[in-house]
Design a protein around this ligand. Structure first.
Ligand code: E4P
Length: 215
């Protein structure tokens, strides 16, 4: 099982790695715009400086086929473990095989149905992401989408990992864990809420006070 941090903020990423629970990083155009002025290359360089070689998922800045392939090749040359995030569109589907043939793994995001997940896996995606929170936003059942996707991938034996994404709160995280999601990506705010508990904090304080210890 792998846990990814969905972030473009290098301080958050360092903090999450410091906890010893993170296996990689995912990003999206919003995060790269907010933290790196839209420049993936700068983000990859900052990650490189951390000395970690874990997978990092980045999006492309173009949606034109040749430019997509060119940029994917450039990005994968910059970092040993880049995974290219694509979207669940006709154009993106058609690019997966080409990149796979060049040894560049693809992650298909914005997946909202088992049919979409099936086609992305069939096209050769290494990772596919059902978007739990956004599915819920449409009145769908994000957790059910995740479960059905995992069942479909396992049933066919596709060489594709399912990554639960658009995790908005600890309950989503809990549900994804209970489904046995092979990968979960979540923002730092959710990660923090997962390890914090008022009863733990109260208990720790009580014990520290009783022993006269300070933190
Ligand atoms: C993950 O890959 C996405 O960047 C992220 O989960 C989107 O989350 P949101 O639906 O809360 O914007």
């Amino acid at each position: 099982m792998k846990l990814f941090l969905d972030s473009g903020d290098i301080d958050e990423i360092k903090k999450a790695y410091g906890l010893g629970v993170i296996d990689g990083v995912t990003s999206n155009p919003k995060l790269i715009a907010a933290n790196w002025n839209g420049k993936n290359a700068d983000f990859l360089e900052a990650l490189d400086k951390l000395g970690r070689k874990d997978p990092v998922i980045v999006t492309l800045s173009s949606h034109e086929r040749d430019a997509m392939i060119r940029e994917a090749r450039e990005l994968s040359a910059r970092h040993p473990n880049v995974v290219i995030k694509l979207f669940m569109t006709e154009q993106d589907l058609s690019v997966i095989g080409e990149l796979k043939g060049r040894g560049i793994p693809c992650h298909v995001s914005l997946v909202y149905s088992v049919n979409q997940a099936f086609l992305a896996a069939k096209a050769g995606a290494s990772i596919i992401s059902p978007f739990l929170g956004r599915a819920d936003d449409f009145g769908d059942d994000g957790v059910r989408l995740l479960t059905e996707t995992i069942d479909m991938i396992r049933g066919y034996g596709f060489d594709t990992e399912v990554m639960a994404a658009s995790i908005r709160h600890p309950y989503h995280a809990r549900q994804a864990i209970r489904c046995g999601a092979p990968i979960i990506t979540l923002p730092f705010a959710v990660l923090e809420k997962m390890y914090r508990h008022p009863a733990t904090e109260e208990g720790v304080q009580g014990f520290l006070d009783a022993a006269g210890m300070k933190t």
